[in-house]
Design a protein around this ligand. Structure first.
Ligand SMILES: *Cc1c(COP(=O)(O)O)cnc(C)c1O
Length: 390
């Protein structure tokens, strides 16, 4: 048999080489999450500051048992899209629980947070012809993908600059509709949007407000319901993931019954995707049992964040506007950031080195993600290992 020529290889090699030249080639390395804020990496146990398992639920026995139980009862897979095969009662019950958790009329489960943003935004815009889209400059990649899929140009405003947003909205007052996209807790800076004021501006300017609660769900707001819960009257659309503080996988969109009805009819990422498998749904169900009662863990997480910010600021680091369990230590230069992350790994601590294009040029950083299962000694060891800013 003759070998088929690999026509793809030269293209991929060239594209990867280009990444390597600017020091941005990424690779995967073996690792496994452990309880107690730890991770197994390179055959040793390290303190993990890189995962988003903020409440330590990814290893929680109740989630693992419930996942096993649902799989045993309902099977390993869900068979097809819910529109084709039908939808299991258990899923509808779970969605009702999510809506109650979020304080909304309805909720819809989607495959992942990335998929939700990429698919829900174009579905919304399909119902809002001619809409202008206003987006925080630091919004997650998945929201950009959603806008790109919808074929709209975003008006991007400076991060959390609500005056700038208000001015932009005023300038587009004649548009047939306006949609604002933001995160409630920003994934790379760990700061919050002022959702109460944002919602006031949205209402005054007749704009629909879409909030990504990926990093707030489980961690902030009453019972960990997220920050949309503290907005009087709520927001129009809140989405979030089950993959971070809720410890497993999948995403939700919460809002009105009408919103969910439209998504069932128009959201490609729902219509053409297979429903989540029972094991994952079981883990979500268990997380919803636990999370509202985890105020002690949330308070501990907040206190650990304060301690880390004090330590880093004392060492001369800018921590952006962080007020949450995500704390950046801004290094600036990409190569220096990588070197610092490598030095930490040698010392047995793993924190993400985040470089452009994930963050703006010149703001390369360590992204330190805390867990309620960390201890004060872990924070102090991290600050000591980072050392004073050069
Ligand atoms: C992680 C993240 C997502 C994607 O969620 P997944 O469930 O991991 O796909 C979406 N938005 C933001 C802000 C995120 O940080």
């Amino acid at each position: 048999m003759t070998q088929r020529p690999d026509l793809l290889a030269p293209f991929l090699t060239r594209a990867l080489d280009k990444r390597a030249e600017v020091g941005l080639r990424r690779t995967l390395r073996p690792a496994a999450l452990l309880p107690g804020g730890r991770i197994a990496r390179d055959r040793r146990t390290c303190i993990d500051f890189s995962s988003n398992d903020y409440l330590g639920l990814a290893q929680h026995p109740l989630l693992v048992d419930r996942a096993r139980e649902w799989a045993a009862r309902l099977g390993a897979g869900s068979g097809a899209s819910r529109l084709v095969t039908g939808t299991h009662e258990a899923v509808l019950e779970l969605e009702a629980r999510i809506a109650a958790f979020k304080g909304t009329e309805a909720a819809l489960i989607l495959g992942s947070g990335w998929q939700a943003n990429a698919a829900v935004i174009p579905a919304l815009l399909a119902a809002m012809p001619g809409a202008e889209v206003f987006a925080d400059r630091l919004n997650h990649n998945s929201m950009h993908t959603g806008c790109a899929a919808a074929g709209v140009r975003q008006h991007r405003f400076a991060h959390n600059d609500l005056d700038a947003l208000d001015a932009l909205l005023a300038r587009h007052a004649d548009a047939p509709a306006r949609l604002i996209l933001t995160e409630s807790v920003f994934s790379m800076d760990g700061d919050r949007a002022d959702l109460v004021r944002l919602a006031q501006i949205a209402r005054a300017r007749d704009a629909v407000l879409y909030v990504d609660e990926a990093h707030a769900t489980g961690v902030l707001g009453p019972g960990g319901a997220g920050l949309a819960s503290i907005v009087p009257g709520g927001v129009d659309i809140a989405m979030g993931t089950f993959s971070k503080a809720l410890g497993s996988f999948g995403a939700y969109v919460a809002g009105s019954r009408l919103l969910v009805d439209w998504l069932i009819n128009a959201c490609g990422g729902f219509i053409y995707a297979t429903a989540l498998p029972p094991a994952v749904l079981g883990a979500i169900d268990a997380a919803l049992d636990l999370v509202p009662r985890m105020d002690a863990e949330r308070a501990k997480l907040a206190a650990l964040g304060d301690r880390l910010r004090r330590g880093l600021t004392g060492a001369g680091y800018d921590v952006a506007g962080s007020t949450t369990q995500i704390v950046p230590a801004i290094v600036g230069d990409a190569a220096l950031t990588m070197a610092l992350a490598d030095r930490l790994a040698e010392a047995g601590m793993i924190a993400g080195a985040i470089r452009p294009p994930t963050v703006p040029a010149g703001t390369s950083r360590l992204r330190i993600a805390l867990r309620s299962t960390h201890e004060e000694a872990d924070i102090d060891a991290l600050v000591a290992a980072i050392g004073p800013k050069a």
